[in-house]
Write a protein that binds this ligand. Structure first.
Ligand code: PHE
Length: 343
């Protein structure tokens, strides 16, 4: 009978102690003390074998009841503590859902990307489709097929980054894309715009950089004349700059066009008076261009007796400078948000 009494006392003591338990650590200590291996109720189980045989069922049942009662009390207390903790954190970290939200910073397309898209749109309306060509090119496509044989002095027009792979270089212009487009589509007539990065080993300045985006324009077809060429480029210039900026074609030389020209647009900064940006000339060059050279047509897979065409290499950076009166090309890539945000 002593055993039964002490079990009852153990239960009463444990339940009383549980009243005082107010946090997780105390709860765990209580569990070890009252339900752990050396807790009174657990010891009662291990002593069972020594009790007189006829009392054993009674003691065993009593011990089981106590253990179950303590386990239930423990679970209830644990639940209550969890709820209390939740309540505390809800009041402490109160959220005011009526406050206005934080506006996420809205990014925008880079000014050069916007200009490129505008150019695709304008040329797209004229029937030109975008054609992609790789930045790393062969000597063959960048020079030889464009009528610039090895050791020809015209190679000096571009200061080239050569790779350690013989015959492989970083394209100095998008014109090698002309060869790729022609070889892909010949003998179908084509109209393509070829955008992409070009690389030249030269001194960077406010007007030029060692890498820059260029957009190549190429039309090959039957009966394409110098008039088509001039009209297309003038139309493009007027659509992208507005009617008020004057343009001019100036004779020039490129090995892959004949005749060759450069198109200038009136300097937006000084409006033709002459300033630092236009080096006093009043004009800014925006592209090299011309009628596709017969040899290039042939290299591309077209019969120059039947086909003719025109090509141009346009600097979208220059175009963007002119459209927004930006004086320094370097603003395009130094990533100053105060600059970028304006567009
Ligand atoms: N590829 C020439 C350059 O980068 C530009 C150009 C393209 C000229 C097409 C004529 C025709 O300088």
């Amino acid at each position: 009978m002593d055993e039964l009494q002490s079990l009852e006392q153990a239960q009463a003591a444990a339940l009383a102690a549980l009243e005082a338990v107010n946090d997780e650590a105390a709860l765990e200590a209580w569990r070890i003390a009252h339900l752990g291996r050396s807790a009174p109720v657990m010891l009662a189980f291990s002593r069972l074998g020594q009790a007189p045989k006829e009392l054993r069922p009674q003691i065993g049942q009593a011990a089981n009841r106590v253990k179950q009662a303590l386990e239930e009390a423990f679970a209830a207390r644990a639940q209550a503590l969890k709820e209390a903790a939740l309540q505390r954190s809800l009041t402490a970290e109160r959220l005011d859902v009526t406050l206005p939200g934080r506006r996420p910073a809205q990014g925008s397309l880079h000014i050069e990307t916007q200009t490129l898209r505008e150019m695709y749109r304008i040329f797209g309306e004229m029937g030109f489709q975008v054609f992609r060509a790789p930045d790393v090119e062969t000597d063959e496509n960048n020079f030889t097929a464009l009528n610039i044989p090895p050791y020809h002095p015209a190679r000096d027009m571009w200061d080239t980054f050569y790779t350690t792979n013989p015959g492989v270089l970083l394209r100095t212009h998008t014109s090698p894309g002309q060869i790729r487009a022609m070889r892909q589509f010949a003998p179908q007539p084509i109209r393509v715009v070829l955008p992409g990065m070009c690389y030249r080993y030269e001194q960077a300045s406010s007007r030029k950089d060692i890498q820059f985006t260029q957009v190549e324009l190429l039309a090959v077809g039957y009966h394409i004349t110098f008039g088509d060429f001039k009209g297309t480029l003038r139309d493009f210039a007027q659509r992208i700059f507005g009617e008020s900026l004057r343009t001019r074609l100036r004779p020039s030389y490129f090995p892959f066009t004949e005749p060759s020209a450069e198109m200038d647009v009136e300097c937006v900064i000084c409006r033709g008076k002459g300033c630092a940006l236009c080096k006093g000339s009043g004009w800014l060059e925006i592209m090299g261009c011309g009628m596709v050279h017969p040899t290039v047509l042939q290299n591309g897979g077209y019969d120059p007796a039947k086909f003719s065409g025109f090509a141009a290499g346009i600097g979208p950076g220059r175009v963007a400078m002119l459209r927004h009166a930006i004086e320094d090309l370097r603003a395009f890539y130094i990533n100053d948000v105060r600059f970028l945000e304006q567009f």
